[in-house]
Design a protein around this ligand. Structure first.
Ligand code: NAP
Length: 224
């Protein structure tokens, strides 16, 4: 029988004092080495790491672990039209340790799917709308044994997770810069809620200061 539970989702991000997760030109270099170590430690504790297509196009991350021994995990990319470059780092870098799944829509032609599958990428299709149906997706991922997941942005994917109430915990590092720019990407983008009470509320669990950084840990109120 199909399980109805979904993975436990932890949103992890580094942002500036003014809430940006990259500069206006897309420079994402916010974390220092100690912050990366903490993020890599978190990565070593989950079954999957997820990012949106925008993050792949702008940063081309490997989504690997540099500092710890670990058993590997899935890298999951959200890409409605299956359009990330076939030579992206998430596809070519260590696929045996970090198998890559691209979640897309049913609008993608089979020929394109086969092209990515030939690079050992697993393609999953959720919904036939403009964007990936995340609610269907999370339920399905849990049937694949993905019980915990780190959501590593960017701002637009974070919004969809917030809107659909899919975030259980957050780990936010506040880096000591202000960069401004009304079009610089923020922690959560999207259309936003009109009223404060429609917003998703989180409980502050932990705050700590390290060097010039602050790390905040939150859990959604209903999970407590
Ligand atoms: N500081 C940090 O911690 C951090 C972490 C991650 C990223 N970043 C920064 O964030 C920026 C990228 O953020 P972004 O907002 O442009 O891109 P993103 O959130 O990584 O990806 C958004 C894209 O995902 C696709 N998508 C498919 N289904 C979706 C759905 N249901 N909901 C939302 N998105 C869906 C959409 O493109 P299609 O519809 O075309 O597929 C959408 O444009 C980069 O500059 C990166 O450096 C910073």
């Amino acid at each position: 029988m199909k399980e109805t539970k979904r993975p436990y989702v932890i949103l992890s991000a580094a942002m500036t004092i003014d809430g940006k997760i990259a500069t206006i030109s897309g420079d994402p270099e916010l974390s220092d080495e100690k912050d990366w170590r903490e993020v890599h430690k978190l990565r070593s504790q989950v079954d999957a790491i997820m990012v949106g297509k925008g993050t792949i196009l702008k940063d081309n991350p490997k989504l690997h672990i540099k500092y710890f021994k670990h058993k590997g995990y899935y890298r999951i990319i959200i890409d409605s039209n299956l359009s990330i470059p076939i030579d992206s780092n998430v596809i070519i870098y260590q696929p045996e340790l970090y198998p890559t799944i691209i979640c897309t829509t049913k609008n993608v032609p089979m020929k394109k799917i086969k092209e990515y599958e030939s690079k050992k990428v697993k393609i999953l299709q959720y919904g036939d709308g403009k964007q990936v149906d995340l609610t269907k997706m999370v339920l399905d991922l849990s049937t694949m044994g993905i019980n915990s997941m780190l959501l590593e942005g960017g701002g637009n994917l974070n919004w969809s997770f917030i809107k659909h109430d899919l975030i259980d915990e957050m780990r936010l590092a506040i880096a000591p810069w202000i960069v401004g720019g009304k079009d610089a990407i923020t922690l959560v983008e999207g259309v936003g809620f009109e009223k404060m009470k429609q917003g998703r509320k989180f409980k502050l669990l932990k705050v700590y200061k390290r060097d010039n950084y602050i790390v905040l840990k939150y859990r959604r109120e209903e999970s407590l």
